[in-house]
Design a protein around this ligand. Structure first.
Ligand code: ADP
Ligand code: MG
Length: 693
């Protein structure tokens, strides 16, 4: 075996390891539990726990943790050691089935959005056996779901598991109608992750990067990304060393890290893994982000996952490549070769189109954050309007179905749902439209609106749920049909006619599209505070209830938490902005002006008129006065903040009062940066940060 093959998954309690280490019966029972999505029997849990402990201890592990994903977008862990005292004063290493399956956690320090009454601060974590346990930093990590004692989801994983189940149930119903023998359907995801790398020594000098993850100041450097020379260009040695180590660390954890390359902006890069089942892809993406940060530090670098670390150059996103796959290994978004599978493909495609059109608001909401607000619609990422790109061939097929107003029995016979027009499908769809938020790329959809720092969980909960819901309505209708073929054809044509407004193959960055989308009645929620309130729209509450994903209380808690996070993020930015402007920029500019004043006097004393120096002095002091005013206005705005009981009001205040006040401070400060001597400027500038790795 090659070194790489040996390395891959070395720290994962994988299926292979389980097969090797578990008694046959236990292994089978565990598999059946996973396949059926049922709770684990205590005896099985005990045996699995023992095997897990032995495996981990052999690798020098002393602690275990329930690894979970609270609603703040990151992961949490609390370490417990395996030790258990014996009467002779020694210890034994213990890890029971109960400890594996069930953990207690003081939930009070995690966001709950009012779900947890204050007298009941505890939450519990429960092993999700569909995700493998793994060893990270010498600790056995058990992927778990995190719930309140009332059973409400306090995390990102629980709704994701529920949505996987919902999708499975409805997709299997559809497949049955086509006579398929698949008994399980999963969604699959390959998330491409973008990030920036900056030098740690420079990073340490910038309070904004440290506290907010993005620069709050910085004039545009003379060179940005206009030459397109960074994208997929040669990778610099230090970055290469980072990528090599990152790959190895990811491989050890069983993450299928596949592609590493430079991205459009200077200092920007991307890592794409090979796709896998959505739940695992979600875990893996969290691990990827964590490892990117850790490994970067070992190379004297800092990894920035913020959506917009630098104004004026591209921000970072995450492309969520999504499809559905049967347990018989069949990709449901793969255009089929024979008539029957083509018809089936068309039905699933139609379901996607309807789902995205009906719930564009939810897809938009699932990507909403303070950071991502800088990206969406800024002509480097898709607009806030959700539309679908199908490409020319597929659009032609959809159009021909829609215009097929007269449906003749004769045609029906040899046509089998437009199959005659299906055969030559673009397998490798090269006419990619990069401006579309939701693009069909041959055998999957690529959702490009996600921000780089976010967990992919919520987006995939949304995708699973909205598709499940449409498939449910399709199955309800088709199961009742007297003639399946006719009913199928009618359903597809009718649905496409109702929802083809969401299909758009043109330039998503163009202003014309904003107008056109408005004419089509597509929602355009420009910012987080515009988007989030729609989470509680009646249709959305009903959808999540119908599919068993979120109760009203759970939905409300998510809404509150998102708004709170938004407001807090902006508030931290404002505090940092003030600190840098008042304590660093203003004094530096004053010092420059003072020195310039002395120069003016000296030059004049030497008998020469200091024309340029005097002008510069005037300009800088004028700008400094403006900066002083802008700082004052921001401080006032912060002082007058509402701090209301209503989370939306607080978030709106940040959006409409604080953000513009911060922008004003920045505008003046950036102007000053280009006037004041380099050695006076109190922190590294854009050209230092972007071109020094
Ligand atoms: P590009 O950068 O051109 O969009 P990449 O090859 O970098 O393409 O990324 C494509 C991503 O899509 C990869 O993560 C890949 O594994 C994933 N992918 C491919 N097929 C599927 C599928 N059936 N379901 C989900 N993701 C998929
Ligand atoms: Mg992509």
């Amino acid at each position: 075996m090659s070194r790489l093959e040996e390395l891959f998954g070395i720290n994962v309690f994988s299926d292979e390891v389980m097969q090797k280490r578990l008694p046959k019966d236990t292994y089978k029972a565990l598999h059946k539990t996973i396949a059926d999505g049922r709770p684990l029997q205590p005896e099985v849990a005990n045996t699995v726990a023992c095997a897990m402990r032995d495996w981990a201890v052999e690798k020098g592990v002393t602690h275990y943790t329930h690894w979970f994903q609270p609603m703040n977008g990151v992961t949490a862990e609390k370490h417990d050691s395996f030790i258990s005292p014996r009467e002779n004063g020694k210890i034994i290493l213990e890890f029971s089935g109960k400890e594996l399956v069930h953990g207690e956690s003081d939930a009070s320090s995690f966001p709950s959005g009012g779900l947890r009454a204050t007298f009941e601060a505890r939450g519990y974590t429960a092993w999700d056996p569909t995700s493998y346990a793994f060893i990270k930093d010498g600790v056995l990590c058990i992927p778990t779901a995190f719930c309140s004692y009332g059973g409400e989801a306090l995390d990102a994983k629980t709704p994701l598991l529920r949505s996987m189940e919902a999708l499975n149930k409805q997709a299997v119903r559809i497949l049955k109608l086509f006579g398929r023998d698949a008994t399980r359907v999963i969604s699959t995801v390959g998330p491409e992750q973008e990030y920036f790398l900056v030098d740690k020594k420079l990073y340490d000098q910038r309070k904004d990067l440290i506290f907010t993850g993005r620069t709050l100041f910085g004039a545009k450097p003379p060179k940005g990304q206009e030459l397109d020379d960074h994208y997929s260009g040669a990778i610099k040695p230090r970055v290469k060393a980072f990528m090599t180590e990152l790959d190895e660390e990811l491989w050890k954890l069983g993450v299928l890290a596949k592609t590493e390359h430079n991205e459009a902006a200077p200092a920007q890069h991307e890592m794409a893994p090979i796709y896998t089942v959505t739940t695992l892809a979600t875990d893996h993406n969290q691990l990827t982000m964590e490892l990117m940060k850790k490994v970067a530090l070992r190379h004297g670098l800092v990894c920035l996952l913020h959506e917009k670390p630098f104004a004026g150059v591209n921000g970072s996103g995450k492309h969520n490549n999504w499809s559905m796959c049967t347990n018989t290994g069949y990709n449901l978004l793969e255009p089929g070769n024979d008539p029957a599978s083509s018809a089936q493909f068309l039905l699933f495609l139609t379901a996607m189109i309807k789902a995205v059109d009906e719930h564009a608001d939810l897809l938009r909401i699932s990507t909403a954050s303070a950071g991502n607000d800088h990206r969406l619609g800024a002509c480097e990422a898709p607009p806030a309007i959700i539309s679908i790109f199908l490409g020319d061939e597929l659009t032609a097929i959809v159009d021909s179905l829609i215009s097929d107003s007269e449906y003749h029995a004769a045609a029906r016979k040899d046509m089998e749902i437009g199959v005659s027009v299906l055969p030559k499908f673009p397998q490798d769809n090269t006419d990619r439209n990069r401006t579309s938020p939701f693009a069909f790329t041959g055998n999957k959809f690529e959702f490009r609106s996600l921000g780089s720092s976010a967990s992919i969980a919520e987006t995939n909960v949304t995708l699973n749920t909205i598709v499940a819901d449409v498939l449910m309505s399709f199955a309800d209708e088709l199961e009742q049909a007297e003639d399946f073929r006719t009913a199928l054809h009618d359903l597809i044509v009718r649905t496409l006619r109702q929802h083809n407004r969401v299909i758009f193959n043109g330039n998503g960055y163009a202003d014309a599209w904003v107008e056109e989308a408005a004419r089509r009645g597509l929602p355009n929620y420009a910012s987080t505070v515009d988007a989030l309130p729609h989470l509680l729209d009646e249709k959305n509450v009903a959808l999540y209830a119908r599919q068993g994903i979120y109760s009203m209380a759970e939905l409300r808690s998510r809404y509150e938490i998102s708004l709170e996070y938004y407001a807090k993020a902006i508030n931290i930015e404002a505090e940092t902005c003030l600190m840098m402007a008042e304590r660093e920029i203003l004094p530096a500019c004053a010092k420059f002006a003072g020195d310039m004043g002395r120069s003016v006097r000296d030059i004049r004393e030497a008998g020469v008129e200091p024309v340029a120096e005097a002008k510069l002095l005037r300009l800088v002091t004028e700008r400094n006065a403006k900066l002083f005013d802008a700082i004052h206005s921001l401080r006032e705005a912060m002082r007058n903040a509402t701090h209301s009981e209503n989370a939306l009001e607080n978030a709106q205040y940040e959006r409409y009062m604080i953000i513009p006040a911060m922008a004003k401070v920045r505008e003046v400060a950036d102007d000053l940066e280009s006037m004041v001597g380099k050695e006076y400027w109190p922190f590294p500038t854009y050209d230092d940060l972007l071109f020094n790795v």
